[in-house]
Design a protein around this ligand. Structure first.
Ligand code: ZN
Length: 207
């Protein structure tokens, strides 16, 4: 994932949890570390407001509600990181945590065989290890995503082949319209898979 950008400018809140609704939009409903999508785990209830610089009393308590220090993380990655903070400058020290809004993750991580992720730099390798970015859950998720992608590509190929053949046999305009609207619908469905299907209010009674 390339460099992230925050689009929101929320007001100052007393509770960091209040920023969750902004963070999920700014980070496109995905965990900034492992990239699992809200839709894949049941919505924002399974995500947390993640503190880039830990909010622990002996770390950065003053940054607990500073928006630029907050990220959107899943409930699995969050406890792996906790208050771990080995370096204030991960590039200079070649270890520690990268800020997705400051460091382009594409320079630090690459896909590897077997649906694994490889750290390309010191901090990349540190994060892969500390956050368990090759845990089985994530490798399976990557496999399912890849499978869905391949299936979509194959379906689109077949549909386009079918439409091309249909045009050769002088179809009625209704037949042509039905095939073309089916293709358009398939394309739309594919891009809609990244839209959040859950709402932050969905779990209000639990909170
Ligand atoms: Zn995660």
């Amino acid at each position: 994932m390339a460099l992230r950008q925050r689009g929101s400018s929320p007001p100052q809140y007393k509770r960091y949890q209040s920023y969750k609704r902004y963070l999920r939009v700014d980070f496109e409903y995905e965990c900034v570390y492992c990239s699992i999508h809200e839709n894949e785990v049941g919505g924002p209830r399974f995500f947390t407001v993640e503190h880039y610089r830990p909010k622990a009393d002996d770390k950065f308590p003053d940054l607990a509600t500073v928006y630029s220090n907050l990220l959107y993380g899943c409930q699995v990655c969050n406890p792996f990181k906790l208050d771990d903070w080995p370096s204030d400058d991960p590039i200079l020290d070649d270890t520690g945590y990268l800020d997705p809004c400051e460091h382009d993750f594409d320079h630090h991580f690459a896909g590897d065989r077997g649906f694994r992720v490889r750290g390309l730099t010191g901090p990349g390798r540190y994060m892969v290890e500390r956050l368990h970015l090759n845990r089985n859950q994530l490798r399976k998720m990557r496999m399912l995503r890849r499978r869905a992608e391949r299936q979509h590509e194959r379906e689109m190929e077949l549909l386009h082949e079918f439409a091309a053949e249909l045009r050769n046999v002088r179809p009625t305009s209704l037949q042509l319209h039905r095939v073309e609207s089916h293709i358009a619908q398939k394309i739309q469905q594919w891009s809609d898979r990244l839209k959040p299907i859950y709402d932050i209010e969905d779990y209000r009674e639990d909170e």
